[in-house]
Design a protein around this ligand. Structure first.
Ligand SMILES: [Mg+2]
Length: 288
């Protein structure tokens, strides 16, 4: 531990505090204090600021929903729903991870274990069905169902995790319309193999007018999310009227395409190089 060099007495106190905070039976992790995920995970999991922000976004979604349903000239999927949608019944799309389901316990495990995201650990987490509700999401989805709006969950969790995902959602009380497939996983069909969700939005748009989208990642709204920082900024600005009206964004400081944009979304680069490119992407004050 870093404090050990200077403050012997404090080390004992800190060690005792960590021991006291570790639930019985939990794996005894060596604290990995250098993880970049520590603050964003702590903020998401424990701050009233995150909860208040999420509740506010879903409150805004609820307010905007009436207008989104009433104004049939609107679509939240302009790329996939070009014309002829006015008479179609309204639907809304919600992403799942960090939009409806809070997986911060998985991120906390990454911090404690000194690990990075891997499907080898993510899939067992999904199968544990222990994700929690993102504040405000359950109330908003129930409101939409009460208003007769079709609710679709469009997630990049992969097809083999559909049952566990449905179980987790249902156990938390999330309504899932069973009259058709309303939980659209990545790779459920060949056309849905990509992390880009446009083909799944297009599938929904065949039958419904997509009145609203809620997500935490730019890719939940547009397929051009894997551009450079400048390209993403331009695409965001192009759709300025959508934000807060048809597109509702939940904050996710733990991960997302915002993180990979500085290194051109190339996860094959060594982690030090990716971190260096993120470091270099910051706008920096010249100093005192
Ligand atoms: Mg997400």
């Amino acid at each position: 531990m870093r404090h050990a060099i200077r403050t012997g007495g404090l080390t004992i106190l800190v060690a005792a505090a960590i021991q006291a905070a570790t639930p019985q039976g939990a794996a005894a992790f060596e604290p990995k204090m250098e993880s970049d995920l520590l603050n964003p995970t702590l903020w998401t999991q424990s701050s009233v600021e995150f909860k208040a922000n999420s509740l506010a976004m879903y409150k805004l979604a609820g307010i905007m929903l009436d207008e989104a349903v009433a104004d049939t000239s609107w679509t939240a999927a302009p790329a996939e729903q070009a014309s002829g949608f006015e008479g179609k019944p309204p639907a809304i799309i919600l992403d799942v991870d960090e939009t409806v389901l809070d997986n911060s316990a998985y991120e906390a495990w990454l911090v404690r274990a000194g690990e990075s995201y891997s499907s080898k650990t993510w899939v067992p987490f999904v199968r544990s069905e222990t994700s929690l509700p993102v504040p405000g999401s359950l109330e908003f989805i129930k409101l939409a169902v009460d208003k007769g709006v079709k609710v679709f969950y469009v997630t990049n969790r992969k097809a083999p995790q559909e049952q566990a995902t449905r179980n987790n959602l249902k156990a938390l009380g999330y309504p899932i319309d069973e009259s058709e497939d309303t939980v659209l996983m990545r790779g459920e069909s060949e056309a849905w193999a990509s992390s880009k969700k446009g083909t799944r939005r297009a599938h929904i748009a065949e039958t419904y007018r997509i009145a609203m989208i809620v997500g935490d990642n730019f890719g939940d709204f547009v397929d051009g999310y894997k551009g450079s920082l400048a390209e993403r900024q331009a695409l965001m600005t192009k759709h300025l009227d959508m934000w807060g009206s048809r597109w509702i964004v939940i904050a996710n400081p733990m991960y997302g395409s915002w993180e990979s944009a500085p290194f051109d979304h190339d996860w094959k680069l060594p982690s030090e190089q990716r971190r260096q490119l993120k470091y270099d992407a910051m706008a920096v004050w010249a100093g005192p």
